[in-house]
Each structure stands twice: as C-alpha cells, then as structure tokens.
Ligand binder design. Structure first.
Ligand code: IDP
Ligand code: MG
Length: 159
C-alpha cells in the first residue's frame, strides 16, 4: 500500500443542485483519507479539454466539455492509502443505473452525463496528472474540517 493523492470534483450540475456538502460528507465518512486541497472554480475550456484529453475521440466529448465548464465545480485533492481506487468505489459506477447502493453516484447522479462527481481513474500516473492540472501550485495541507470548508466555499459562491 502506498500513500496516494487523487483529484475529485463535484461537477457543475451537482453544484447547481446544492449537492456538494452532502457529497463531501460521504467522502469524509467513507474514504478514510484526508482532504488536502479544496477550491471552487469554473474550469476553462482549455483545462477541461486537457483534463478529459483521453476521451477526445468519443462522440460525447463536446457535451462533456460543455457540461464540465458550465459553472463552478468543487475541486478537491484527497490523500491516503490506496485513495485512488477507494474513491472510485465510494463514487460508484460511471452510469448511475449500474451504481451500487450507498455510492455517491447512486445517491446524487441523474444520468451518465450528469453523474455528480469526477474522480481520477486508477491507471498509473492518471491521478497525479489531474492533481497537477487542477492544483499546479497547492501546498497540500490537511483541511481539519472539510465539511465546514465545503459549506463555506459553496455559500460564498452562491452569495
Ligand atoms: P468516470 O468519470 O467514471 O471515470 P469516464 O469513462 O472517464 O468515467 O468518462 C468521463 C465522464 O464522461 C463520465 O463521468 C461521464 O459523465 C461522461 N460519459 C462517459 N460515458 C458517457 C456516455 O456514453 N455518454 C455521455 N457521457 C458519458
Ligand atoms: Mg475517468
């Protein structure tokens, strides 16, 4: 087992439904990891296209970029033992129709294109690449209370 970082983000549609705090509560309870960076921002088209580069030949790529840049996301880095795979488990399957009970996507996703949360995949180097794209200059200090921090950041964004 090795210490890892993963990039997780509450997607714009879920932010609009005010699901961010509920999602962070589940991550905090089930991940067994620490949140070491958190911010609210609207990804630029350039960032979104780089982030989803591996999917650029998919028929849904245009729609995917449009939806990921449609408004603010809650971007996070979580750190812990085996956190990349653990986060995939806690998130649930990409298509919420296939997501297990109790997973974030089972609880919060509406469709495959509106599936509430992004999480890095387990392919080696993938999570580190995404952390560098979204948090190029973060110092990765543990956030004592990620739920309160998410409340604060999403309220500030709504105000
Ligand atoms: P993941 O988010 O579970 O890692 P990926 O295969 O990496 O899934 O796809 C990235 C995102 O693209 C998914 O979260 C989903 O929102 C969207 N997506 C994947 N497959 C489809 C599809 O067949 N139609 C529409 N959107 C899709
Ligand atoms: Mg993926």
């Amino acid at each position: 087992m090795t210490m890892q970082k993963t990039f997780l983000a509450v997607k714009p549609n879920a932010m609009k439904r005010a699901d961010a705090v509920g999602i962070v509560k589940i991550l905090n309870e089930k991940l067994g990891a620490q949140c070491v960076a958190m911010k609210v921002y609207t990804p630029s088209k350039a960032i979104a296209e780089k982030h989803y580069e591996a999917l650029s030949d998919k028929p849904f790529f245009g729609e995917l970029i449009e939806s990921f840049t449609a408004g603010p996301i809650l971007g996070m880095v979580w750190q812990g033992e085996n956190v990349v795979a653990k986060a995939r488990e806690v998130m649930g399957a990409t298509n919420p129709a296939d997501a297990a009970e109790g997973t974030i996507r089972k609880l919060f996703a509406k469709s495959i294109g509106d599936n509430a949360i992004h999480g890095s995949d387990t392919e080696p180097g993938s999570a580190q690449r995404e952390v560098e794209i979204h948090f190029p200059s973060a110092d990765f200090t543990p956030i004592a209370d990620p739920i309160s921090q998410a409340e604060k950041l999403t309220q500030a964004q709504a105000a």
